[in-house]
Write a protein that binds this ligand. Structure first.
Ligand SMILES: [Zn+2]
Length: 287
């Protein structure tokens, strides 16, 4: 596998001003840097690596499979590694799939052409409106970037390949005090798309569930987790993975935990799975 060119901003002092230099460090296959993009296999896992081009940028989509079919996990943000560790451990043991984006740029995906670099959030790319808003946020809205990012979104959507009645478990990590269940209250960042929230006393507010599935929401709330229930017709079109799930008639659950909250995220997943299994059995779903 050929590794991409690594573009890293370096801050230096020059003539009393702080300027940003971009250094291009070609990565050699087999180097420690290239290993950052290698799939993390565990006993019981196999992986298919899909290589996607975003103009001159490369994103690898690692599609892990466990020993038997099961739920589909998705990790869209490359720097959220507690979440992917939890998902890999689970599917290696119990089955299912994990679709994970890797590119080494952190949270957002780069579009690179003609020496320019633009950005979009891969969890905002699943509707035309959401994608345009994300590009605009990064001052990168143009016909060319829309077309490039839309093609990328479609390719990722095909790999995720969720069926009607299926389930997507979206795995995320957040930073302390940057995102919490409180952002889902009316008037909060995601309040418009939230029908109801349940907040429990003893838990860290960074560790919560968000779902479009009312039965799962009620059960998680009753079990004492922080949880938010998505509006049936969410009015704020942000183009997140929830919108892809909704368009495909799939169940959707986010497990969001603070970076490094490995034990908490494991425990949240262990609490969620029996609820989803009960529901899949009662609906006769194939997941
Ligand atoms: Zn995330």
């Amino acid at each position: 596998m050929r590794a991409p060119t690594d573009v890293r901003p370096v801050r230096r002092k020059w003539m009393g001003k702080s300027v940003i230099w971009l250094t291009w460090l070609p990565l050699l296959a087999g180097s420690a840097q290239a290993d950052r993009f290698a799939p993390q296999l565990l006993p019981g896992l196999t992986v298919t690596v899909h290589t996607l081009h975003v103009d001159d940028e490369i994103v690898w989509v690692h599609e892990y499979r466990g020993p038997r079919p099961g739920f589909t996990f998705v990790s869209l943000h490359d720097d959220e590694n507690t979440a992917t560790q939890v998902a890999r451990e689970y599917i290696a043991r119990e089955g299912g799939r994990l679709v994970e984006l890797r590119h080494g740029r952190g949270r957002n995906v780069a579009i690179r052409h003609d020496g320019h670099q633009h950005w979009f959030d891969p969890n905002r790319m699943f509707t035309p409106e959401g994608l345009a808003r994300s590009l605009a946020y990064f001052l990168a809205l143009s016909d060319r970037n829309l077309e490039t990012a839309s093609a990328f979104a479609l390719a990722v959507e095909r790999i995720i390949n969720v069926q009607s009645g299926g389930t997507i478990i979206s795995m995320h990590n957040n930073t302390d005090a940057h995102l919490s269940i409180d952002d889902y209250r009316k008037g909060g960042l995601y309040g418009a798309n939230t029908r109801e929230i349940a907040v429990s006393g003893g838990r860290d507010r960074d560790d919560y569930f968000f779902t479009n599935d009312e039965a799962v929401f009620r059960a998680l709330a009753a079990a004492g987790y922080h949880a938010a229930l998505m509006e049936a017709a969410p009015p704020d079109d942000i183009g997140s993975l929830a919108f892809l799930a909704r368009r495909n008639g799939a169940h959707y659950v986010v497990i969001e935990a603070q970076h490094g909250h490995l034990a908490s995220q494991r425990e949240m997943l262990a609490a969620l799975i029996p609820l989803l299994q009960q529901e899949a059995e009662s609906n006769g779903s194939t997941r």
